[in-house]
Write a protein of this length. Structure first.
Length: 367
């Protein structure tokens, strides 16, 4: 079987695509995978490091603000479709699967034109523009959250699946993760991150906690600032004039997210679909601070699904007070039973069957 996976722009689109590719290879090691990404996307670095063949096509954000920008977008889509058709002709895929981001548009449109079965996976409770645009084009749409159903017009195409998570999140224990990262086994570990892009709000929370836990015996902190936010984050940290001790780690980007999530006790992050899925698969208590400008406020609904079941604390940014977040963290640190119950509730929200549903349906259709 020959499979093209496509998706890009953020880790939230890229890693589900890699998870799907991994599952196809697990089912049949002879499966050939080609990942198609955007010329300007971060997938250029991530995908080859994951071991998959990688090709690039032109893609551009739908911009209708001015006639000039609309023309630029139109030319980019046409160019991308032509590039995609060439790739399809050369690779001869049995199926094309998109996981979101504007690189999916030319690839899946080209696939449809060349009569190749096409599918998309929508991670969020409120669908992205690219996936809504592609609804008429594809054979089926796999949903990370059933709430997304109301935003599509063809219910017969929709399949509830959950969000796919890479297999490395299931292969090691908390103890092994701490050993690999060099974190003391008995420490209370707080892990903060703002996604692949980063979040200054999450960084501000992290640095507030840093001032409390810096050099604190029995506590470790891992702070992922995000590549785009790292310079500003370090400038903010410099203003605080803190001598960072060994129990605090500040990183611009977290490559091995599986190890960091498995090693920690408490996660503080935004609530993009992938962050929520990976956090729950690892069974971690979380404080979710949804990005308020996310399309359709989908991050709020992603977080609410876990918070309603007791696996997370949901704090909207408009209501956020740093001192209150610190109190919540200290409360969880000092109440192991409460932390354990949140962790168990989080795990119950995990999308364990997503990959079986997605790959099973596609393989059934391709028989």
């Amino acid at each position: 079987m020959r499979v093209i996976v496509t998706g890009g722009g953020t880790g939230g689109h890229i890693y589900p695509a890699i998870a799907i590719a991994e599952k196809f290879k697990e089912i049949n090691p002879e499966t050939e995978i080609l990942y198609v990404g955007n010329v300007e996307g971060i997938e250029r670095d991530i995908v080859p490091n994951a071991g998959y063949d990688f090709r690039m096509v032109t893609a551009r954000w739908f911009d209708e603000k001015t006639p000039t920008e609309f023309v630029k977008t139109s030319f980019a889509v046409v160019k991308g479709i032509n590039e995609s058709k060439k790739i399809i002709k050369e690779f001869k895929p049995d199926v094309i699967i998109g996981t979101g981001g504007f690189v999916c548009v030319p690839m899946l449109l080209a696939g449809r034109l060349m009569k190749c079965p096409t599918y998309i996976h929508e991670q969020n409770a409120y669908p992205g523009l690219a996936n809504r645009f592609l609804e008429k084009t594809v054979d089926n749409i796999f949903l990370g959250f059933s709430d997304a159903r109301e935003f599509f017009k063809n219910p017969e195409k929709l399949i509830d699946a959950g969000n796919p998570v890479r297999k490395n999140f299931f292969t090691i224990t908390k103890k092994e993760a701490r050993e690999k990262l060099g974190i003391p086994q008995d420490d209370f570990v707080v892990f903060t991150f703002g996604g692949s892009i980063g979040s200054m709000m999450i960084n501000e929370i992290a640095f507030e906690l840093l001032e409390i836990f810096n050099g604190h015996e029995g506590v470790s902190m891992i702070i992922g600032t995000g590549k785009w936010m790292h310079k500003d984050a370090m400038a903010l940290l410099e203003q605080k004039n803190v001598d960072i001790k060994e129990n605090i780690r500040v990183k611009s980007y977290i490559d091995n997210m599986d190890l960091h999530l498995l090693a920690c006790d408490l996660v503080i992050c935004r609530s993009g679909a992938l962050s929520v899925a990976e956090t729950t698969v690892c069974g971690k208590a979380a404080i979710f601070v949804p990005f308020p400008e996310a399309t359709g406020n989908h991050q709020y609904y992603n977080a609410k699904a876990v918070a309603d079941k007791g696996g997370a604390i949901l704090i909207e940014e408009k209501d956020l007070v740093l001192e209150d977040v610190v109190k919540e963290v200290l409360s969880l640190k000092n109440n192991p039973e409460k932390l354990k119950n949140m962790s168990m509730a989080s795990r119950e929200c995990a999308p364990d069957k997503a990959l079986d549903i997605i790959c099973g349906k596609i393989l059934q259709d391709c028989k």
